[in-house]
Design a protein. Structure first.
Length: 251
């Protein structure tokens, strides 16, 4: 942060000249940057010393005060452990954040995967890979769980009609929220349009504004030994990055 401060002249940051004319430090002083970013000088000092982790909003405020361009802001966010602000341009964030990576690495006893806000699979842990989820081996749109569920793509996963209805309603609710947050995403709108054009359950749910179901999602998958294993699926939101951590536990 200190290096970035030294790059910015007080004049370019809108700070009027003051006496004495001769400044002891090049660029912005810590208190000047703190004032422009809306944080205390002490808070900024601790961040520069690595003793305090900034929030995403503080990182963005510092980037604005430092006159960083979009690439530099994204790099600063990455250094702070956050995803670049793709959503600022109306795009779905699709980067696996450090927090999501840590969760996958530490969830060693249960299958788990990470999806973006449109239900596209981004990565899975070793236990998830071992079950051979078709979405994990697929490419393009076939990695999207909502697409697979509504188009009835070939799968070894079995759900009861009740659980299938619940997961479909949950996915439509998620896609509707994503479409509102990311209006300019080039993949999301065509995905929704193509699902709607197929009619059936998706079109009925989309037109009906479904509420999120109260019941959990339960599914059966081959256990690799000739039998089947039942799992309950829980979905946690990982922020920043607007990711979905999908965890499968045996009831």
């Amino acid at each position: 942060m200190r290096v970035l401060r030294e790059r910015v002249s007080p004049e370019s940051a809108g700070i009027p000249p003051s006496l004495p004319r001769r400044r002891r430090v090049p660029g912005l002083r810590r208190d000047e940057l703190a004032g422009r970013a809306g944080v205390s000088a002490e808070h900024l000092r601790r961040m520069e010393q690595g003793r305090r982790r900034p929030s995403p909003n503080v990182v963005d405020a510092l980037a604005a005060a430092l006159r960083l361009n979009a690439d530099e802001q994204g790099h600063l966010r990455t250094l702070a452990g956050f995803a670049p602000p793709a959503d600022r341009a109306g795009l779905v964030p699709r980067e696996i954040t450090p927090a999501a990576t840590r969760m996958l690495e530490r969830l060693t006893e249960v299958p788990a995967c990470v999806c973006d806000a449109t239900w596209s699979v981004l990565a899975g842990n070793a236990r998830w890979d071992a079950y051979g989820c078709p979405a994990g081996a697929a490419h393009g749109r076939d990695r999207n769980m909502a697409w697979r569920v509504f188009t009835e793509a070939p799968t070894d996963v079995f759900r009861t009609p009740e659980h299938l209805a619940a997961v479909r309603a949950s996915m439509v609710t998620g896609l509707r929220a994503a479409a509102h947050r990311y209006p300019a995403d080039p993949r999301l709108r065509p995905l929704i349009s193509d699902l709607y054009a197929r009619g059936g359950a998706f079109a009925r749910l989309w037109d009906g504004s479904p509420d999120p179901p109260d019941s959990l999602d339960r599914l059966d998958v081959p256990d690799g030994r000739g039998g089947r294993a039942s799992f309950d699926k829980d979905v946690l939101t990982v922020s920043p990055g607007d990711l979905r951590l999908v965890v499968f536990t045996q009831p």
